[in-house]
Design a protein around this ligand. Structure first.
Ligand code: NAD
Length: 408
């Protein structure tokens, strides 16, 4: 049996705890080939609380650290699972890779292209595995949708629609998610959708779009504080992919009333709607008068010889169809998606292969999002290539300066 990979979760806040629950989902399913040997947070109380919860769930108490240099002295730590806020990702990841540790890093891979590029370069230089923790694509619905696209069932694809409109003026999760210098929610959420777009229809080449601050003030959930966001909460774009498919993109978490969400694909032979991520809705394919979903859709895919990427780990944590099943608790489904991405990373390290979403995958998603923001700033259509290679960066300059000041 392969030795369990010693992992340290770095950042034990809102998402760090969810990562621990992802490890626990694997543990419960008998599929955990790693072990949380350490936790690091600059806030000792936060880390200690998570260490206690880890012990209660998995029976092993990780060692708690509050300093990265001390953590990297610990020989049991073979890989870092970075779940801190984005402006710190590159600092921690590069230090870890240079100290011979593999890294799984939460999205966005980095806060800017400049900091993301040096992470990818560090992975190449050190030979360590760098994975991007991108969870949305891991669910059964996205796996089936991808199989439908690859099978050619929809004919020649013309259009993908990725649309979210509706929300309110409440602070979304945390205050740092509304500031340009720390990673505003428009970027924070759009990075997921950029990954889904490239997963479905391949590399995006050209982008025309912009970001706006739709809610000029936001109120904390308990109503005690009002903040003035400095970063865009909403992004709009028209994109073209390398394969010649058009993508219409909207993320607007503002506007009371009904929230509209749509992920759909439109081709010459049919169309497909995909339910919201982590929901228990069905992928539905419309072929003329035929409407295919559930077992009927799977049978059609199998008849076409299509590959559906629902592996054994996914089945163990999310059931046969990889969705968690009808009526499953959101927290269980969320932990299941995270379990799949964590298991993929551990297997990548243990078998010396690239993870499903590697550093470059995370960097490309970031480039698509920055293509929207740079396009709005430059008031012209931009190519993803000029964002990736650093020719266009004017929108990001202020953030890079703030990151340098913050990290000293
Ligand atoms: N994939 C998803 O669905 C999803 C959901 C939420 C958050 N995220 C991502 O997870 C990351 C963390 O988000 P969050 O909501 O948990 O933030 P958070 O603010 O709740 O937690 C961040 C934690 O990191 C700690 N921290 C900050 N700097 C540190 C450092 N240098 N060393 C060690 N610890 C440090 C903080 O003390 C805090 O406990 C972000 O990149 C975010 O985009 C992803």
């Amino acid at each position: 049996m392969t030795k369990k990979l010693g992992v340290a979760i770095v950042g034990c806040g809102f998402m760090g705890r969810r990562h621990m629950l992802g490890f626990n989902a694997l543990h419960k399913a008998g599929k955990l080939s790693g072990e949380i040997v350490a936790l690091l947070d600059i806030n000792a109380e936060t880390a200690n609380k998570l260490a206690d919860e880890t012990f209660a769930l998995m029976g092993v108490k990780p060692k708690v650290y509050t300093n990265i240099d001390d953590l990297l002295q610990d020989d049991r730590v073979e890989a870092l699972d970075i779940v801190t806020d984005p402006r710190t990702h590159h600092i921690i990841a590069i230090k870890a890779m240079e100290a011979g540790r593999h890294v799984l890093c939460e999205k966005p891979l980095a806060l800017t292209m400049k900091t993301g590029r040096i992470m990818v370069a560090a992975a190449e230089r050190t030979g360590m595995v760098l994975g991007t923790a991108e969870n949305y694509r891991r669910g059964g619905a996205n796996r089936v949708a991808k199989a439908v696209i690859d099978s050619g069932m929809l004919g020649k694809l013309h259009l993908m629609l990725e649309f979210w409109a509706g929300g309110d003026d409440k602070v979304i999760i945390s205050k740092w998610r509304h500031m340009k210098d720390t990673g505003a929610i428009g970027l924070d959420m759009s990075i997921h959708y950029a990954d889904i777009i490239e997963y479905y229809v391949g590399p995006v080449e050209r982008v025309w779009g912009r970001g706006i601050i739709a809610e000029p003030t936001r109120v904390t959930a308990d109503g005690s504080e009002t903040i003035t966001p400095t970063g865009e909460d909403a992004l709009f774009a028209s994109m073209q992919t390398k394969a010649g498919i058009d993508v219409q993109y909207t993320y607007l978490p503002s506007g009371l009333g009904k929230r509209y969400q749509q992920r759909s694909l439109h081709g010459t032979k049919g169309s497909m709607t995909v339910p919201p991520d982590r929901s228990d809705g069905d992928v539905i394919v419309y072929l003329g008068d035929r409407e295919l979903k559930g077992g009927e859709l799977i049978a059609e895919l199998e008849a076409l010889g299509a590959f559906i990427n629902i592996n054994d780990v996914t089945k163990a944590v999310l059931g046969a169809d990889g969705t968690g099943g009808k009526g499953a608790a959101w927290a269980d489904v969320d932990a299941g998606y995270l379990a799949v991405e964590i298991a993929d990373f551990i297997e990548a390290v243990q078998s010396n292969r690239a993870p499903e979403v590697d550093g470059m995958g995370g960097l490309r998603a970031l480039a698509v999002v920055y293509a929207i923001l740079e396009s709005g700033h430059a008031k012209r259509e931009v190519s993803v290539a000029e964002i990736l290679d650093g020719r266009l960066h004017a929108y990001q300059d202020e953030i890079d300066t703030a990151i340098e000041t913050f990290n000293g």
